[in-house]
Design a binder for this molecule. Structure first.
Ligand SMILES: [Zn+2]
Length: 268
C-alpha cells in the first residue's frame, strides 16, 4: 500500500528520469484533462508532498501534474520502446522524453494544475515526514489541536502530519503500546511516537521492502495484516476492525488487544 515512503521513492525515480528533459509525448487519460498537451515543455522537477506527487513542468507560469496513488496507483519508468509491465488500459498518464517513458497506472487521482495553484492543492498538508521542512513541534501541535480524537484516526489525517498511511498508523500504535482508539491527549509519549514515525519512514524510504520490525524478509510487520497469524510479539490473535471518521472512509485497523490494551476510563 503506497505511503509516504513509496511516494518519496517514486518522486526520486521520476525526478531522475524526467527533470531537465523536454517532453516528447504527453497523454493524459483522464476525461477532464484529456486535451492537455505538455509536449515540448521541460520538466523542472518531481517532488513528493506527503502522499502527493507533483511533476512540475515549465517555468513559474507552467503546469503541475498532480497525482495521488491512493490504494493501487503506481508509476513505472520504461526505456523508450520497452514493453510495459501493466496493461495499457490501466494507464492514466504517459509522459515521455527522448530516453524514457513514465507511465502512471491506476492513479487515485490525476489533475493538471497551473503552477500558481500548488499552494492551494497541497498547502493544507501538515509537516511532511520526508520533506525538507519537517517540523515535529508543528506536527505535535496539530495532533493535539483535537485532543479527543482517537490517535488511530489523527495519525492518518494528512493535515496533522503528511506521509502516514494505514500500515504505519497500525504499526506506530503497536510500537507505542497504544490502543488505536486512545484519545490523542491520552497517549503517554506522543513526541516519541512522532519521532518514531519519522524514523520508520526515513529508514524505509530508499528500499522496496517496508519493515517496522527490522526484518527485511518474513515478518516485516508486527500487527498489520496478521489477523490470521497473531501478534508477532506475543502471539495473541490480532483484532481486525474498521475505523474511519465516517462510513465512507473506513480503513482496516489491526491491533493486538494484549500489547495495546484500551486505556482505563478516566475516574468520574
Ligand atoms: Zn501482542
Amino acid at each position: 500500500m503506497p505511503e509516504g515512503d513509496t511516494v518519496w521513492r517514486a518522486a526520486r525515480e521520476l525526478n531522475a528520469a524526467l527533470a531537465g528533459r523536454t517532453l516528447t509525448r504527453c497523454d493524459i487519460r483522464v476525461p477532464r484533462f484529456a486535451t492537455v498537451d505538455l509536449t515540448g515543455e521541460t520538466v523542472q522537477d518531481v517532488v513528493a508532498r506527503g502522499k502527493h506527487l507533483l511533476i512540475r513542468v515549465g517555468g513559474d507560469d507552467g503546469w503541475i501534474v498532480h497525482s495521488h496513488l491512493l490504494m493501487e496507483g503506481i508509476w513505472h519508468i520504461y526505456a523508450t520502446g520497452a514493453k510495459w509491465r501493466r496493461p495499457a488500459f490501466k494507464a492514466r498518464c504517459i509522459l515521455a522524453t527522448s530516453d524514457a517513458t513514465a507511465v502512471g497506472f491506476e492513479l487515485g487521482f490525476l489533475k493538471i494544475l497551473p503552477r500558481s495553484a500548488e499552494e492551494e492543492a497541497v498547502g493544507y498538508l501538515g509537516p511532511d515526514l520526508l520533506g525538507p521542512g519537517w517540523d515535529p513541534e508543528e506536527a505535535l501541535r496539530r495532533l493535539l489541536s483535537q485532543p479527543d480524537r482517537p490517535i488511530g484516526l489523527a495519525l492518518l489525517d494528512q493535515r496533522n502530519l503528511a506521509g502516514i498511511g494505514n500500515v504505519y498508523r497500525c504499526e506506530l500504535c503497536f510500537l507505542a503500546g497504544v490502543h488505536p482508539l486512545t484519545p490523542v491527549a491520552g497517549v503517554r509519549d506522543l513526541p516519541r511516537m512522532v519521532a518514531l514515525a519519522k524514523k520508520l519512514l526515513e529508514a524505509n524510504k530508499a528500499r522496496s521492502t517496508r519493515t517496522t520490525t527490522g526484518n527485511l524478509r518474513g515478518d516485516t510487520l508486527w500487527v498489520y495484516g496478521r489477523e490470521h497469524r497473531g501478534c508477532l510479539r506475543c502471539g495473541t490473535r490480532v483484532t481486525l476492525e474498521q475505523l474511519g471518521d465516517n462510513e465512507l472512509e473506513l480503513r482496516d485497523l489491526y491491533y493486538c488487544p494484549y500489547c495495546q490494551p484500551a486505556s482505563p476510563a478516566p475516574a468520574e
